[in-house]
Design a protein. Structure first.
Length: 159
């Protein structure tokens, strides 16, 4: 693969990730569906659990692998409905494997502010997204996503 094509692919993949975060934070199902491959696999297992207690603050959706672009976009929007979130990533390691496959590791941080009925007031997380990408219908899309955490900070509700 020529250098110009490789650099163009890297920039397109960065845009896909930015659109994923915007879709996530704005709860935009259509945008999320556009960034996912048809057979996307999302693995958030363990990413929202308190390391001290094992209690999962996001419920069942982060306990199992999620598959399918339509299903995953719907699941994310439903799960984030009462949460205000801000997600950031920086300095990705992107490896373009060939003209239609790539992989990346993204350092990330996020802040989730739960609604009045949430189990916590806020959760602040730090970690990495491990992803693969595929060209589908002429565009780069997320094929697999695994979120791993280095740290989670929980802000409890005032009594």
């Amino acid at each position: 693969m020529e250098m110009i094509a490789r650099l163009a692919a890297i920039e397109e993949i960065k845009t896909v990730k930015a659109r994923y975060f915007r879709g996530l934070d704005q709860k935009d199902e259509v945008l999320l569906r556009e960034v996912f491959a048809d057979d996307v696999e999302l693995d958030y297992r363990g990413s929202t659990a308190d390391p001290a207690t094992g209690r999962n603050f996001a419920g069942d959706t982060t306990d199992v692998l999620q598959r399918g672009g339509d299903r995953c976009a719907r699941m994310i929007v439903a799960g984030m409905r009462d949460i205000v979130s801000v997600h950031h990533a920086s300095v990705p390691e992107i490896d373009v494997v060939d003209e239609s496959h790539a992989k990346a590791i993204w350092p990330m941080s996020d802040r989730l502010i739960f609604g009045n009925n949430g189990p916590l007031r806020e959760m602040i997380g730090y970690g990495y997204y491990h992803e693969t990408y595929v060209v589908e219908r002429g565009r780069w899309r997320i094929e697999t996503l695994r979120l791993t955490r280095l740290r989670l900070d929980f802000l409890q509700r005032d009594s």
